[in-house]
Write a protein that binds this ligand. Structure first.
Ligand SMILES: NC(=O)c1ccc[n+]([C@@H]2O[C@H](COP(=O)([O-])OP(=O)(O)OC[C@H]3O[C@@H](n4cnc5c(N)ncnc54)[C@H](O)[C@@H]3O)[C@@H](O)[C@H]2O)c1
Length: 342
């Protein structure tokens, strides 16, 4: 990371026990930033994995990392936290993630993603030390758009899952809070993140577990799907570089708003090289050294067929080129998985 953030900064990371939040917490606390991590440690997937991620941060970041168990939906506690600590930066990764689960439990998404985000925005009003608030949006806001690659200027008012709708809603709320209260906000539209300490509900994790156990893996839409798989270390580096680039009023934003002024923007974070699901399985098989047993199943409601990030805006802003090809990243993921679960 370029030393453009002041190492004496205090940073709030929400979802600190999650896949991406824990990787960011580890990197920042290891680089001598003061990191306060919050998470409600919910049971969406194995809590032991979340606790182990926290242990790893505490080992690497030692005294620079403090964990507080807190729910984003608890407005008074969030307000108290932001008043007690003078945060320089907020990195908001805490959310109910997962497209498919939002068909089963939409309420959880409204609570954590909309109420939780609202609580953080409300508590951020008037914080004079707060320099930049970066929050996770998602490539799923592009819905079924056929305009590939997905560019930030695309109309995102057609989300096809409740999860995507909550992320699109976050982007609107961010614009409003930035406009009304001058909070500099950047939403990062993340594209299928994978890597060590990943999420058990995602393809890389689920496929690997099943292939090792000689169970069938389900391939949706007969494999006619493409994803822009993005390696965790590249995501961490990208978020840190974005954090150091504070948006100014109507600054670098690409959108042409006529009347409303806002220091809010959105940026894609994706590899920019989509891979078909079958190609993904093929690379994973090679990394494991074992063939998958495949069952083809139909397209799932809420899913999208292809994702592909246009990274022009991001590269112009940060100058960063993604470094990790899928075969390299998947090999690292397989190595981590086999040593973690041995
Ligand atoms: N991983 C990806 O591929 C991907 C892609 C697009 C967007 N995102 C977004 O990035 C962010 C991080 O994703 P992740 O993959 O690390 O997911 P994750 O589920 O591993 O991490 C999210 C964390 O937030 C916590 N959390 C959920 N609700 C909470 C609440 N109400 N209060 C406090 N903590 C709460 C969870 O316990 C979890 O540890 C999320 O906003 C997600 O929607 C992720």
């Amino acid at each position: 990371m370029k030393k453009t953030l002041n190492p004496s900064s205090t940073i709030l990371i929400t979802g600190a026990a999650g896949f991406i939040g824990s990787a960011l917490s580890e990197r920042l606390s290891n680089n001598n930033f003061s990191v306060i991590g919050i998470d409600n440690l919910n049971k969406y997937y194995d809590v032991n994995l979340k606790l182990d991620r926290l242990k790893r941060i505490e080992t690497v970041g030692r005294e620079n990392f403090e964990f507080i168990k807190m729910d984003l939906c608890d407005g008074p506690s969030i307000k108290g936290l932001l008043t007690d600590y003078s945060f320089d930066y907020i990195v908001h990764m805490g959310a109910q993630a997962g497209v498919r689960y939002s068909l089963e439990n939409p309420q959880g998404y409204i609570d954590s993603n909309i109420q939780g985000f609202f609580n953080l925005l409300e508590a951020s009003k008037g914080l004079t030390k707060l320099k930049h608030f970066v929050y996770a949006s998602s490539s799923s806001v592009y819905g079924g758009s056929k305009n590939l690659p997905f560019s930030e200027s695309e109309n995102v008012s057609r989300p096809v899952s409740v999860y995507a709708a909550t992320k699109a809603c976050n982007e609107l709320m961010a614009f409003t809070y930035s406009h009304l209260h001058g909070i500099p906000l950047t939403g990062v539209r993340l594209f299928t993140v994978y890597g060590p300490w990943g999420r058990p509900d995602m393809a890389a994790f689920g496929f690997l577990r099943k292939i090792l156990a000689s169970e069938e893996i389900e391939i949706f839409n007969n494999g006619n799907m493409k994803r822009d798989f993005t390696y965790i270390d590249d995501v961490v580096e990208s978020v840190l570089r974005i954090l150091a680039k504070i948006p100014s009023k109507l600054g670098t934003n690409q959108h042409d708003y006529e009347n409303a002024e806002s220091c809010s923007r959105v940026l894609n974070i994706g590899n920019g090289s989509p891979v078909s699901l079958m190609e993904f399985v093929d690379i994973l098989e090679k990394c494991i050294g074992k063939k998958a047993r495949i069952k083809f199943v139909k397209f799932q409601p809420g899913d999208v067929k292809s994702t592909f990030a246009d990274m022009t805006e991001f590269k112009q802003l940060t100058g960063f080129e993604f470094r990790t090809p899928l075969d390299v990243g998947l090999q690292k993921f397989v190595s981590w998985y086999t040593s973690y679960f041995k």
